[in-house]
Design a protein around this ligand. Structure first.
Ligand SMILES: NC(=O)c1ccc[n+]([C@@H]2O[C@H](COP(=O)([O-])OP(=O)(O)OC[C@H]3O[C@@H](n4cnc5c(N)ncnc54)[C@H](OP(=O)(O)O)[C@@H]3O)[C@@H](O)[C@H]2O)c1
Length: 363
């Protein structure tokens, strides 16, 4: 199904009552269905209604709706936990899921409402709670031989979810959906060509969440993330732990270009997307510097040596790798910057790693 063209051929009317235009300035129609472009400076709290009854709310951060913003995060993993903390700091109510009891207890101490949840057998009670939230972040990855575990229950979700409260969702995907592009610069218009089974399942999950969001009238977004790093998960941590590289890390070591993104900038981009919803939109979320992993590791070694001298022995970067060179691409982040207005906190791994090193007080 062509999600975007289906969405745009609907009979859209502007719900004037629901709109609160800025006090000054000309009235501008925010989205041109022909060019498929937003006009610049669109009001953030417009609401469109299609005569076909599906109401699609585009009312910014919802502050002026008299209700508190409530985020539900399916999968409070590495990114999920950072996002949750970031939003709690901004006064949001944050709920989410994880799969084990001790983690649930730890997360609850941080002020989140946490539900034990297995996406393969989702509890109805949790889906009903999710539907009481204004925003939804999906961070559970697809599973081999299964695909997106939540989307196995897409019909149930179609029945249970609605836009009474829920207005925005984002599915966290990966730049691996593009496959091996021979070193080309790749923006969101590049035809995905996933190679691995997981990357194919990922692309199917993207389509599934866009389609579900459309059907239940919720503005849906896809974030294609580069390799995620941040405090506790970085080249510095890998060197300090002296652990052996995972297959994915070995694969990255062989790439001339590697897309990456600091977790603070994922939060940064999510905040901007919440302020500027754009139903059905896909964004590459990567930094400006697709440097090879070997460079990143050399820099991490330098930072460690400056801070801890020779306490940490240098990793042997000449480990023999059995994997072939794959997934060559340089991922373009122009849409993220131009449409969402994201100003990267860490445009390069250098500032990202420097901050991580500065914040580490002992080994
Ligand atoms: N790591 C990267 O470099 C990278 C790059 C691009 C995209 N991504 C994707 O971006 C998303 C966020 O990344 P991340 O690093 O934050 O992932 P993560 O730390 O692995 O977190 C994944 C979350 O999904 C939950 N989960 C996994 N299987 C589940 C199931 N069957 N039922 C219910 N919950 C389940 C986990 O539960 P527990 O908390 O109980 O473990 C965890 O909360 C993921 O989809 C990831 O694959 C990752």
């Amino acid at each position: 199904m062509n999600f975007r063209s289906k969405k745009l051929t609907g009979d859209w009317t502007l719900d004037m009552e629901a709109c609160r235009f800025p006090a000054a300035g000309p009235l501008r129609f925010p989205f041109d269905p022909v060019s498929e472009k937003w006009s610049i400076g669109r009001p953030s709290n417009l609401r469109f209604c299609s005569s076909a009854s599906a109401e699609l709310r585009l009312f910014g951060n919802g502050d002026n709706q008299g209700t508190q913003n409530r985020m539900f995060i399916l999968g409070l993993g590495f990114v999920g936990e950072f996002v949750a903390q970031d939003l709690v700091n901004q006064g949001w109510i944050v709920s989410g899921t994880c799969t084990n009891v001790s983690k649930k207890a730890r997360l609850e101490k941080l002020g989140f409402n946490v539900h034990l949840f297995d996406a393969i057998e989702p509890k109805l009670e949790v889906i009903n709670i999710l539907n009481q939230h204004t925003h939804l972040l999906i961070s559970i990855p697809p599973m081999k031989d299964i695909g997106d575990p939540m989307l196995q229950h897409a019909e149930l979700l179609r029945k249970k979810l609605n836009n009474q409260h829920l207005q925005w969702l984002c599915y966290l995907s990966t730049t691996s959906v593009y496959g091996d592009c021979g070193g080309a610069w790749v923006d969101e218009n590049y035809e995905p060509n996933p190679e691995s089974e997981l990357a194919k399942l990922r692309l199917a999950a993207e389509e599934g969440w866009l389609s579900l969001g459309h059907d239940v009238g919720v503005a849906s977004h896809i974030f294609r993330l580069g390799g995620i790093y941040g405090p506790g998960r970085s080249a510095i941590d890998t060197i300090i732990k002296q652990g052996s590289l995972s297959d994915v890390q070995r694969g990255r070591s062989l790439k001339k270009y590697t897309a990456r993104i600091h977790v603070s900038d994922i939060c940064n981009a999510l905040n901007e997307s919440i302020r500027k919803p754009y139903p059905g939109r896909i964004y590459n979320i990567v930094d400006d510097d697709p440097a090879p992993r070997t460079q990143v590791f050399s820099f991490a070694h330098k930072l460690i040596n400056e801070k801890w001298g020779s306490e940490i022995k240098k990793r042997d970067e000449n480990e023999s790798f059995s994997l072939k060179l794959k997934g060559e691409k340089r991922v373009v982040n122009t849409r993220m910057k131009n449409e969402l207005g994201v100003k990267l906190i860490h445009p390069s791994y250098k500032s990202g790693l420097q901050t991580i090193s500065d914040q580490m007080h002992h080994l």
